[in-house]
Design a protein around this ligand. Sequence first.
Ligand SMILES: [Mg+2]
Length: 169
Amino acid sequence: MNGLIKLLVLDLDGTVWDHLDASSLKPPYRRISNDIVVDSNSVRVSLRRGARWFLEKIHSIVPLAVCSWNQWDKAYELLRAFGLDKYFGYLGIEPHPNKHLVFKKIIQWYQRVFKEEIEAEEILYVDDRRVHLDDIYKYIGRVKFMQMGVDVKDFYELYDVLKRELSLE
Ligand SMILES: [Mg+2]
């Protein structure tokens, strides 16, 4: 990767937490430790290693947005149960697989709030799956992409990547 990153877009299922379908969970959620939440059927959801540390560290440096294929209430309430919703400037949680449409809204949000244009190349998108990439490349452009669990194994490694890109300590 080369060049400035002005926006970080994160998937949720399988990326921020280990559960692969938050929409199948049954709120209310209960937090049983710093990084573990259970739903009303005692299904456990754990944050990926370093997620909380990373979001706390990076949110004041790079704007963060969520891009997640989920029912809004299920995923939003889970973010809230973990206490992580506060780190994101935009929560793109929609119940369909067309992430490029959510990306359009994320970019509109960015331009409205920061009053500047953003190019696809200035966005780093992190997802545990590559399935949405073709549409995103086609309709949004060549965002930078890192596959969670493949290109980086956790948020400590993702931080190292960003550290190089953004010349952080
Ligand atoms: Mg995912």
